[in-house]
Design a protein around this ligand. Structure first.
Ligand code: FAD
Length: 366
């Protein structure tokens, strides 16, 4: 299940919706990417410096318009590289779901995720990046073995360099009852679905660093929230918990492991272990912020993945397949922050514009 869209300040914000697009920046992007006078798309250029006008040479295709992909695209485009970003949901990635952001350079703490993501999206538009709203369905070697063909919708682009900036998605719960009651009281997008649980008593399962932010958003709509912290939760979660301290109707419980989801046709409770002791808790809704799964399946046959399913890269973000790079939450060993995704995007772009020696060579990873 993918979460739904939500409205913020009267604007439809993309929030990992089932429908492509839906971002406030989509109209601007479509205007700026209108076909040229000859009715065709502006072709991608050669990523090497000084070669951006070589219109018959492919450049860089970036899969994913989250913080990593947007930053990479803007930096490349400003250096004269012809670059395309393809995103199935709109621009901004998971960051648009943040109520308040922290630790992102040049962004004041407390800024909304939508605003922070919006700045990255505007920069992409201003830099003249070609943006496509579509699901990338395949990434395969082109006839010329040094190139990749990226297929989306009825189109495809063949380029020498492809960047996987495809991020991650919430990992579905795998306990008994979760499959059966999916969409019947279980949500993986607290930011999107909180209002659907208006006036109800719910639980939020906290595992990653951003669970407190998501709890704050849920608490605005519901009657009560029990924030249940997994014993293996990211230790960085602790520093955000003070945001929950004075929230009415919110309680925090530690060392809680979900064992089963209970209910006939809709969620009515959960079975948990609290500090090892079995308990049943009544609840009308479950929001999971436990962990995420990298969006790496597209290239699973082409590159090496780590145990978590993320794309293995070496220092300059090279995968085990020449010309294919991975940045942000799609790559192995990432910290799960926008700050790092942005840093990845910028670092890779700078390396590509300087002519990364390995861009066309096979590399050994891991
Ligand atoms: C509630 C919340 C609060 C947060 N707060 C902060 C914070 O304060 N500070 C901070 O540094 N970080 C924060 N984060 C984390 C931050 O949002 C992520 O680390 C960051 O968005 C990761 O960026 P990314 O570009 O790697 O991936 P993503 O943001 O996941 O973007 C990936 C994009 O790829 C697209 N995509 C995937 N597969 C395909 C495909 N096949 N075809 C086309 N498009 C595809 C997706 O649609 C998505 O838009 C928060 C996260 C959440 C959920």
């Amino acid at each position: 299940m993918r979460p739904s869209t939500f409205l913020s300040a009267g604007v439809k914000i993309n929030c990992h919706t089932n429908e492509p697009g839906g971002t406030p920046f989509r109209e601007a992007v479509q205007k700026d990417n209108a076909p040229d006078d000859e009715g065709g798309r502006v072709p991608l250029g050669d990523p090497r410096p000084g070669r951006s006008n070589v219109s018959d040479m492919p450049g860089v295709v970036i899969v994913g318009g989250g913080p990593a992909g947007l930053t990479c695209a803007t930096t490349l485009a400003r250096a004269g590289v012809r670059v395309a970003v393809i995103d199935r949901e709109g621009l901004g990635g998971r960051l648009v779901n943040a109520d308040q952001v922290y630790d992102i350079p040049d962004v004041a703490s407390g800024t909304s995720g939508a605003e922070a993501a919006g700045r990255l999206a505007e920069a992409v538009v201003e830099a003249g990046v070609r943006v496509e709203f579509a699901e990338v369905e395949t990434i395969a070697r082109a006839k010329s073995e040094s190139m990749w063909t990226v297929a989306f919708g009825s189109e495809s682009i063949t380029a020498g360099t492809v960047v996987m900036a495809s991020g991650s998605r919430p990992t579905p719960l795998s306990v008994p009852g979760a499959d059966r009651l999916e969409g019947r009281g279980i949500s993986y997008c607290p930011a999107c679905d909180g209002p659907l649980f208006k006036g109800k008593d719910v639980v939020v399962l906290l595992g990653d660093e951003w669970g407190a932010d998501e709890t704050v958003q849920v608490a605005r709509s519901v009657r009560s929230v029990r924030a249940l912290i997994h014993p293996d939760a990211d230790p960085r979660l602790e520093r955000h918990l003070d945001r929950l301290a004075d929230l009415p109707g919110v309680s925090v419980e530690r060392d809680v492991v979900l064992r089963a989801v209970l209910g006939d046709s809709v969620v009515s409770g959960i079975s948990v272990a609290v500090r090892g002791e079995a308990q049943t808790m009544a609840t009308e809704g479950i929001f999971s912020s436990l962990r995420t799964t990298p969006n790496a399946e597209l290239v699973a046959d082409a590159v090496r993945l780590d145990k978590a399913g993320a794309i293995m890269v070496d220092e300059p973000f090279r995968t085990s397949a020449a010309g294919l790079f991975a940045i942000g939450e799609a790559r192995g060993g990432n910290a799960g922050t926008a700050a790092e995704a942005i840093a990845d995007g910028r670092a890779l772009a700078l390396q590509l514009t300087r002519g990364l020696p390995s861009a066309a060579g096979s590399v050994q990873v891991g």
